[in-house]
Design a protein around this ligand. Sequence first.
Ligand code: GRF
Length: 200
Amino acid sequence: MKRVGILLSGRGSNFEAIAQRIDEGKLDAEIAVVVSNIETAPGLRRARERGLDVAFVSSKGLAREAFDQQVVDILHKRRVDLVCLAGFMRLLSPSFIRAFPNRILNIHPSLLPAFPGLQAQRQALEYGVKVSGCTVHFVDEGLDSGPIISQAVVPVLDGDTEESLSARILEQEHQIYSKAIQIVLNGQIRIEGRRAVPIS
Ligand code: GRF
């Protein structure tokens, strides 16, 4: 059974969607550990309630490298095959990324490369795009910039607020993240330059 490590900083709805897919037998994996940099993150509490192995790593007074090394050590100790960022509000250092080559995924609430960074849904509304969505991608050293595994398109409606658009995108996030995780765990794609290509 492939072992997934989840990193989160907040609500944790993507983590919960992944955990639920696993419980339903729709995602063939196990969650080896849930790590957070925020002690009070609701996602961390929910992970604990599910009886999962959890770890809080404080970043207080730590250089990025030192914090990241602690997280990498936790993930290595739990023999994690794949690292899934699920609302983890920190950039990973190059040494973290090198520790898990092509083994770190992220979900982002826009159709990348549009609107990377924070408040992607608000950026989309303010720009006036008519469709937005979400993207699962491999994590590289840039901001929301690695090869794309899957995307879902969500219409932007005339009356949308940041909240209503975010909620509609979130539903799709919960769908596509688990599917992308399964594809990667199955070894069904390879990376060619910027492209993640299905292996037939
Ligand atoms: C999601 O919108 C995700 O795309 C972004 O952060 C948010 C996390 O939400 N990376 P949740 O904590 O999974 O509910």
